[in-house]
Design a protein around this ligand. Structure first.
Ligand code: ADP
Ligand code: MG
Length: 722
């Protein structure tokens, strides 16, 4: 037996869970499945939420919660359980009672299972959104927590806070529901109190600078908070911790980029001068010049640039990319430009090439649909350096493609481009410079996380001379007027998009609806006009032909699906009709609207929707209410930043940005939207540590290094290797 106190602590932390009172071998197996193997793991198995008085309603108030978007919780005893059948379907009804009334809860699925999960008379907490069902407020498939007879009920009535744990089927089967968890948590917290815990990895300095609760107090408070304040402090500490490690990984990666050797580009020369002075039909905006300066001062250095260029739709990012590519060519290197779709690659190629040809710069397009023989020639041109600028899709980074001397990669419209993808790209050259462009305004919290290793440039000014876009929301009853308006616009020489929702390009019924509408519009409504159709099921050649015809104004009205969502640039198109607008997400609507308002004529975006989304009084369901709010917000602003923030709030960052693809560890507690302040603090501390002690060799940072190596092993090794 050693008496070294540090060692004893360590052994407690590493003790297998099965030796903790109340666990045993069977439960420890289920826990292991959930990733909990040691006492410390268990201590870090945090509640997923808390039942606190502030969110608990009395049943008599259920009515007033009917249209609330939030989940609420009711606490009471189960008064009755019964099931009914309708044909083959079964229903389970449970009536919950508190001292103010009764509330009906309904299950449509898993009736067999749920019927066994509850007993009459038992105290429970049910949480969910209050929904109207058979003319009364009701909970449908609520989340539930069994409460303990005395302690929990007492807690609830005296204002205590009850932790609710994340559960899996396996855990429930061995009696580890939230109640079960609370019991074993008591034991492990006690054990930790008696024997102490491992050293707090956060140094004294970090704790005090950021006013953080220490590990010991925080671990106790997160499982058994005595009051709201204590709970807040403990959550804050663990959110900080989580964000700190994330930021530390980013800081390490950023250091690595900063110190890597790269290509030092020349100052801009003759090609750029000729483009800007002689060829462009417009003057660069102040904002475009500003971001160009930022880019130029980066690529002049002998370290690779990693820059995110953010600018709302129509702000003129392409030209910034083109100038950067020209400087690359002037410096003797190749530039690659990657677009998300073939249509866009073709458009960029057509657009950029007209300038390149005049400047005598060789270019090539590389997309998936090309013939083998054609591709062979292009590969050859790229490999020998004959093609100085290569524009294409993901096909550019396919294995067979070898560059002679790649100096710059531009990635267009790819907000889903995470750390991992960026690294794969880097390997196509000797640390080429990288410029990622996105029209999706990235809220600051996200540019500090998902793009936390990139420098950010923002174009925050639109080219002058634009008339702006008028947006209107119209119901079926206005349809004839809308069609009349379209005819007038076409007669005035303008062009029109009519977009149909096709959430999934392979969805047959949606495609049929869009195609059918096209036929009707072409043969009846707009007879005499040239009406075209484009959708994702067409071949690349077909799509390109249609786009080329539209560009030439050989098509007046283009019926489309969301394939035209991103990047398409046709300044003469001034009307965008969006059918079933309620089916689109906000960011998608914003992208679509960005296809117009690109020229000198006034543009109009008209959202068509069911009459019920037009009138607050006609709202019947939660979905109606959400659609109404979304559409109202959208018609009230063209500020992409506002729209993105709102969208992010509605959908959460995971779906919005595909955080899963970002290559960064997932966040369990921290919320990228709500925890802005903590992100900023954690970033400051983490970058400070990485600056002071890049390899974490200092004894003060031993704990931090250990956690990185253990909990963030994959990300850490990955970053170190690069
Ligand atoms: P996005 O940032 O959405 O990619 P684009 O690069 O496609 O925008 O530019 C939108 C349109 O604005 C294009 O037709 C482009 O030629 C034009 N444009 C770009 N810069 C300017 C400018 N400084 N003045 C006027 N028009 C410009
Ligand atoms: Mg663009």
């Amino acid at each position: 037996m050693t008496t070294d106190p540090f060692d004893v602590k360590r052994r407690v932390a590493e003790m297998e869970v099965q030796y903790i009172k109340g666990v045993g071998p069977k439960r420890s197996e289920a826990l292991a499945e959930a990733g909990v193997k040691t006492a410390l793991d268990l201590l870090y198995y945090f509640p997923r939420k808390y039942l606190d008085r502030s969110r608990i309603l009395k049943i008599r108030d259920a009515h007033s919660a009917l249209l609330l978007p939030d989940e609420v919780t009711f606490v009471g005893r189960i008064k009755s359980i019964y099931q009914s059948r309708k044909g083959a379907r079964r229903f389970l009804f449970i009536t919950l009672a508190d001292e103010t009334g009764t509330l009906r809860c309904v299950w449509f699925n898993g009736v067999q299972y749920f019927i066994r999960a509850f007993k009459e008379g038992e105290p429970v907490a049910f949480s969910g959104k209050v929904t109207p069902y058979q003319d009364r407020p009701c909970l449908i498939h609520p989340e539930y927590d069994h409460l303990e007879e005395e302690s929990d009920e007492e807690f609830l009535h005296t204002g205590g806070i009850i932790p609710v744990y994340p559960l899996t089927e396996g855990l429930k089967q061995v009696g580890l529901d939230s109640r079960g968890f609370r019991k074993i948590m008591r034991n492990v917290v006690e054990l930790a109190e008696d024997y102490g815990l491992p050293q707090d990895a956060m140094s004294k300095e970090i704790l005090s600078v950021n006013s953080l609760m220490n590990l010991k107090e925080a671990l106790k408070a997160i499982h058994f908070p005595e009051n709201e304040q204590q709970l807040k402090l403990s959550l804050r500490r663990f959110k900080f911790e989580e964000l700190f490690y994330l930021q530390l990984l980013l800081a390490i990666r950023r250091n690595a980029i900063r110190h890597a050797s790269g290509i030092s580009m020349r100052d801009s020369g003759e090609l750029v001068r000729r483009l800007v002075n002689d060829l462009l039909p417009f003057k660069l905006t102040g904002s475009q010049k500003k971001v160009l300066n930022e880019i130029l001062s980066d690529i002049r250095l002998a370290h690779p640039m990693h820059r995110l260029l953010q600018g709302d739709v129509g702000s003129g990012k392409t030209i910034v990319a083109l100038i950067t590519m020209l400087i690359t060519v002037e410096s003797g290197y190749q530039a690659a430009f990657m677009a998300p779709t073939e249509i866009l690659a073709a458009q960029h190629f057509a657009n950029i090439r007209q300038y390149l040809d005049l400047l005598g710069v060789q270019s090539a397009i590389l997309v998936g649909g090309q013939k083998k023989s054609e591709r062979g020639q292009i590969y050859h041109d790229i490999e020998t350096g004959r093609a100085s600028v290569v524009i294409g899709t993901h096909a550019i980074i396919q294995e067979g493609v070898k560059f002679s001397n790649l100096g710059l990669i531009v990635v267009d419209e790819q907000h889903r481009f995470g750390v991992v993808q960026r690294m794969a790209l880097q390997e196509k050259g000797e640390n080429p410079h990288l410029l990622v462009m996105t029209a999706t305004p990235i809220p600051r919290t996200l540019s500090l996380t998902i793009y936390g290793d990139l420098d950010v440039s923002v174009i925050d000014e639109m080219p002058t001379g634009r008339k702006g876009i008028k947006t209107a929301l119209r119901g079926e009853s206005h349809r004839d007027k809308v069609y009349k308006f379209i005819r007038e616009q076409v007669l005035a020489g303008r062009q029109v998009f009519i977009v149909y929702p096709l959430v999934n390009e392979t969805e047959k019924s949606d495609l049929k609806a869009a195609t059918q509408s096209f036929v009707n519009l072409r043969d009846e409504t707009f007879r005499g006009f040239k009406v075209g159709l484009i959708h994702g099921q067409m071949t690349e050649t077909e799509k390109n032909d249609v786009m080329a015809a539209f560009k030439k104004n050989a098509i007046n009205i283009l019926v489309a699906t969301t394939v035209i969502e991103v990047g398409i640039d046709i300044p003469n198109a001034t009307v965008m009709i969006i059918e079933h607008a309620e089916r689109f997400g906000l960011s998608q609507l914003h992208q679509l609207r960005g296809r117009i308002g690109r020229g000198i004529h006034q543009s109009y975006c008209i959202l068509m929707t069911d009459d019920k989304h037009l009138d607050e009084k006609k709202i019947q369901t939660r979905e109606d209410a959400a659609a109404y709010q979304r559409l109202k917000l959208f018609t009230s602003t063209t500020d992409g930043f506002k729209i993105a923030e709102y969208d992010l709030m509605l959908r959460g960052p995971g779906e919005f940005f595909g955080t899963k693809q970002s290559g960064l560890p997932p966040l369990r507690l921290a919320d990228l939207m709500k925890d802005r302040d903590i992100i900023v603090q954690a970033r400051k501390s983490a970058f400070h540590v990485a600056e002071e002690d890049p390899h974490l060799r200092d004894s003060r940072h031993a704990g931090i290094r250990e956690v990185l190596e253990k909990n963030y092993k994959e990300s850490f090794e990955f970053l170190q290797a690069s």
